[in-house]
Design a protein around this ligand. Structure first.
Ligand code: CS2
Ligand code: MN
Length: 354
């Protein structure tokens, strides 16, 4: 297992590389070119700049999150082949810098969706929150809220340029039902797999967050059954998962540890975070500590350990604590605490089994 930390780049993150370097155990930076629109090629010189910065701190760049997939690929328009070619060129460019895993998602229009980015928790911190009833309303209202609340930080998947065209995007997706979306995902991956083999890059899909349809848009990767369907649909060791415990764990019926036991060899990247459910279907993000939520963090770590997981791990969203000013979910403090908790669990299991 290699511990990693997501970083949005110089000038685009409240957290610095020198701070990350001081978190024990972090070897890899999970990075991206956040100025790129979905569908654009990531050029060699742009990637080289990131490498230079990370090299200075001895931090690796083996995991990219995300190379976002253009909507035309998800919708299945004729223009998709050009965007797939661009994606392939990006993979080839990334492989020159030793990138091993590319995380992406196949969610129509929206990336992760929350109704409150700074929801107060009883301990005085704030965290991302999902209020089920609010998601029935106007998607435009929610997109405006998210863009306002991010307080100037860019949020991948919530590009203001795309959000401005929301009604047009909904119109484009109107005939895309679940089966069409599965077909389009398969088409995309089958084009990519030979290049992935050649480049040694695993494509690692991120589950849908939350793991159910929203605003009438279909969502695919939502539970064990769909994960299994995904892995068998393109049965290739380079077709992998980013298994996000918080995304799948938003549905109380999902057992993330079971999915790990079943599919560990196809998990390239783990996002570990904890969620607390409310009876009315709302959920809140909480600390990484097992007993603070319902996700089963200890069982997740045990399942990874028992199965000899040798991919990458990162703490996913943290709470906002100690008055930290940061991008929602992506502060330094709570994610660093999360790392120490997770490494404590992994280290103890190593010791007990060693
Ligand atoms: C991330 C996702 O912040 C998050 O919730 O886990 O936004 C993730 O980066 C994308 O869905 C992957 O493409
Ligand atoms: Mn995640």
């Amino acid at each position: 297992m290699k511990m990693s930390f997501r970083w949005y780049g110089t000038g685009n993150d409240s957290v610095t590389l020198s701070q990350i370097k001081q978190i024990p155990g972090v070897e890899e930076i999970v990075w991206a070119l956040h100025n790129k629109q979905p569908g654009e090629i990531w050029e060699i010189d742009e990637i080289a700049e990131v490498k230079k910065e990370l090299d200075e701190y001895g931090l690796g760049m083996e995991v990219v999150e995300s190379v976002n997939v253009h909507d035309d690929i998800k919708i299945g328009l004729d223009t998709r082949d050009q965007y797939i070619d661009n994606y392939i060129q990006t993979l080839r460019n990334l492989s020159q810098f030793g990138v091993k895993v590319v995380c992406y998602n196949f969610m129509p229009i929206f990336d992760w969706t929350r109704t409150d980015l700074f929801h107060p928790l009883p301990d005085g911190s704030t965290a991302l929150f999902y209020e089920k009833n609010k998601i029935k309303d106007d998607p435009k209202e929610m997109a405006d809220y998210i863009l306002r609340e991010t307080k100037g930080y860019t949020m991948p998947g919530w590009e203001p340029e795309r959000m401005e065209q929301l009604s047009m995007l909904f119109e484009k997706y109107k005939d895309v039902d679940k089966e069409t979306l599965w077909e389009n995902l398969k088409y995309f991956l089958e084009k990519l797999m030979p290049v992935c083999h050649e480049c040694g890059i695993k494509m690692a899909i991120h589950p849908d967050d939350p793991p159910w349809d929203i605003f009438g848009l279909p969502r695919l990767i939502v539970d064990e059954e769909s994960v299994t369907r995904f892995l068998t649909m393109v049965d290739d060791p380079y077709n992998c998962l980013t298994l996000c415990s918080g995304s799948l764990g938003a549905n109380p019926n999902n057992c993330v540890a079971d999915i790990i036991r079943k599919h560990c060899d196809r998990i390239a990247f783990m996002h570990i975070r904890n969620v607390k459910h409310y009876e009315n279907g709302d959920f809140s993000e909480v600390s990484h500590r097992d007993q603070d939520g319902d996700t089963g963090i200890l069982e997740i770590v045990r399942a990874l350990h028992d199965n000899g997981f040798d991919g990458y791990v990162r703490p996913d969203h943290g709470r906002h604590i100690w008055n930290e000013k940061c991008r929602p979910g992506y502060g330094l403090y709570d994610r660093a605490l999360g790392i120490m908790y997770l490494l404590g669990c992994f280290d103890m299991l190593d010791r007990l089994n060693g």
